[in-house]
Ligand binder design. Structure first.
Ligand code: ATP
Ligand SMILES: O=P(O)(O)O[C@@H]1O[C@H]([C@H](O)CO)[C@@H](O)[C@H](O)[C@@H]1O
Length: 159
């Protein structure tokens, strides 16, 4: 499979989900901006993948990121999507342009919803939807010291 084939539209996603579920695969969902991919992201995504049998990553579009994080993203959505898709433990990447992934989560109906433990369970968008459908909501411990913001700050400090 070519990495670009993992990058799906919302229209393409249902058929992929149906195939996975027909094969008995538990679907894990997470989301984020993933601007500059770092060790924390890699550790977190790999752990998320191992909470089920297929990992779908909802990726904020450039417009969505810009609303959440002024001046960002540094890498555009095409680059961020392709880099995420290149990870062996990421099975699908789907862009979303809304401020939150709620609509996408309602479409995916994941068996497991995951975020880093910088979020409480109650602060994770979509937790009610997933719990109401019998799914689970999990957090993964952060790798200390890693964030896109810190990388940016370190680079700026060298200027
Ligand atoms: N150090 C880390 N260890 C594990 N998971 C992380 C870490 N940093 C971010 N994550 C997780 O990665 C996902 C995407 O987060 P995000 O794209 O905001 O990364 P970030 O590095 O925190 O970016 P920023 O510094 O711009 O906030 C979130 O679920 C977040 O919990
Ligand atoms: O990369 P971030 O900032 O961790 O990702 C955000 O996560 C929000 C989260 O799901 C709230 O529980 C989400 O609403 C936002 O769109 C970003 O994906």
């Amino acid at each position: 499979m070519w990495t670009k084939d993992k990058i799906l539209t919302r229209e393409q996603l249902p058929a992929t989900l149906d195939g996975w579920r027909a094969a008995g695969r538990k679907v894990v969902f997470t989301n984020g901006c993933f601007d500059l991919l770092h060790l924390g992201h890699v550790d977190y995504l790999e752990q998320a993948r191992h909470l089920g049998d297929a990992l779908v990553v909802g990726l904020n579009t450039d417009a969505s990121v810009s609303c959440l994080k002024p001046g960002r993203p540094i890498q555009d959505e095409a680059a961020r999507a392709r880099i995420l898709a290149s990870l062996a433990f990421v099975d699908a990447v789907v862009l979303f342009g809304e401020p939150t992934p709620l609509e996408l989560i309602e479409l995916v109906q994941p068996d497991v919803l995951v975020k880093g433990d910088d979020y409480s369970i109650e602060a994770i968008v979509g937790h009610e939807v997933v719990l109401a459908h019998g799914g689970t909501v999990r957090t993964v411990a952060l790798v200390p010291g890693y964030s896109t913001s810190r990388i940016v700050a370190r680079i700026l400090a060298t200027q």
